[in-house]
Design a protein around this ligand. Structure first.
Ligand SMILES: [Mg+2]
Length: 277
């Protein structure tokens, strides 16, 4: 199923070299792979193309995610995952060499940021160059107090991603980074610079790193205001899957219109057959 488009998928897909994929709702749901997902990833690798999972969830690090997807049977390495925490580290270190920050985030996020040469301050927070807030599933009130103080004295303020909620089991949601930011905005009037999807840097940075032009990249995801929006912002071909949170009705009503709508990533398998090369 696809919307009116100049070229058919059997022409478009074989030309693409970099497949950027969302995880939850696109590659797996909770801890179950989407049927056909493994076949899809194996075909990409067999054809010397690349895939990278783009995730906004900054509560986990790159290595946490590699472990998780390996456990699902996907033989991916660190180069196959890019988190909003990593993107934040690239952004912050691009703004200042050897920065010191105060971080409202999980231990995993702090370790990820430290691996990029960022110093995490727990005391003397007046010396922080930035306040960084992530999806802190270890949130405690004293962290909010410190964040509030740093915002009140005008420290640069960065959030790893804007998602308001994170889907969990049984169609439930829990508050995510964007909701914490709204609480801090109510308290201080400050809004952060958001990294992560839909910021186009999540894609442009990777294309630069891999030496792949944007025309050869695609973004596949289930959430319109992050996955599809990031693809539109970066100018790559976008696919919205119906295996996650978006319905056809959501897509019809959305300001973020994907180039293609597909049932799931398995629908792309047929376009990666060797005889189409
Ligand atoms: Mg998703």
């Amino acid at each position: 199923m696809h919307q009116s488009q100049k070229e058919p998928l059997q022409k478009i897909i074989p030309r693409k070299e970099l497949f950027l994929l969302d995880l939850d709702g696109t590659t797996y749901i909770e801890n179950r792979l989407i049927p056909g997902a493994l076949d899809f990833l194996n075909k990409i690798t067999a054809q010397n193309k690349q895939y990278i999972f783009l995730t906004n969830n900054s509560s986990k690090s790159n290595s946490d995610y590699v472990r998780k997807i390996n456990n699902l049977g996907i033989s991916a390495g660190p180069d196959n995952v890019f988190t909003s925490g990593q993107a934040t580290a690239v952004y912050v270190t691009g703004k200042k060499t050897k920065p010191a920050i105060y971080c409202v985030g999980t231990q995993s996020l702090k370790e990820e940021l430290e691996s990029y040469g960022i110093t995490i301050l727990e005391s003397d927070i007046d010396n922080a160059d930035f306040l960084v807030i992530g999806f802190d599933m270890e949130l405690e009130y004293h962290k909010l107090e410190k964040a509030c103080y740093l915002l009140s004295i005008g420290k640069p303020y960065i959030a790893t991603h804007p998602d308001l909620v994170c889907p969990v089991k049984d169609n439930r949601f829990i508050p995510d980074c964007g909701s914490f930011c709204q609480m801090l905005e109510n308290a201080t009037g400050r809004t952060p610079t958001y990294i992560g999807k839909p910021d186009k840097k999540m894609i442009t940075l990777l294309c630069e790193q891999r030496g792949i032009s944007l025309e050869k990249a695609v973004m596949i995801g289930d959430r319109l205001y992050t996955d599809i929006a990031v693809g539109l912002n970066a100018g790559v071909t976008t696919f919205c899957v119906l295996s996650g949170e978006s319905t056809m009705e959501d897509i019809r009503k959305s300001e973020f219109q994907p180039d293609f709508v597909i049932e799931s990533i398995a629908e792309l398998n047929r376009y990666l057959q060797d005889d189409l090369e």
